[in-house]
Ligand binder design. Structure first.
Ligand SMILES: [Zn+2]
Ligand SMILES: [Zn+2]
Length: 145
């Protein structure tokens, strides 16, 4: 397989416990469809539904898919300020140098956000339950007896 950016031969390397096709000269990498999901799960396994839309809108580029030669489509990864390319025939994703680390960083941030949301909802539910239980109100009434 050739690098879509600089035409060097891609080599198979293990990064983040994943076997991926890596370009030794421009340090980009080609991830198959499910490998991007597996990379995200290294940082945060919340299931695909909770992750939301991966690619919202795409624009064609002059880079070609290393598998089918179709022009790769540029997109912003999960609405973040991180640009990646994907094959319109679902062969995979092209990530430039270090973008795999950006994905992991973003997923870790996402994990914190979701945990914060869950925690806040939990506290709110407990407050509601205490109000509904009546003990709070009866204590108040006892004060004025
Ligand atoms: Zn390259
Ligand atoms: Zn393709």
């Amino acid at each position: 397989m050739k690098c879509p950016k600089c035409n060097s031969d891609l080599t198979s390397v293990v990064r983040h416990k994943l076997n991926m096709n890596y370009c030794p000269s421009c340090k980009g990498m080609w991830l198959e469809q499910q490998e991007l999901g597996e990379l995200e799960d290294e940082a945060f396994d919340i299931g695909d539904d909770a992750k939301g839309t991966l690619a919202f809108s795409t624009t064609p580029t002059s880079t070609k898919c290393p598998e089918c030669n179709s022009p790769l489509q540029k997109f912003n990864y999960r609405f973040y300020d991180l640009e990646m390319e994907l094959c319109p025939n679902q062969h995979g994703y092209w990530l430039d140098e270090d973008e795999d680390n950006r994905v992991l960083e973003l997923m870790k941030q996402e994990e914190k956000d979701v945990k914060r949301k869950v925690l806040a909802e939990d506290q709110w539910n407990r407050t509601l339950n205490r109000l509904r239980s009546g003990s709070f109100l009866s204590k108040l009434r006892n004060l004025f007896r």
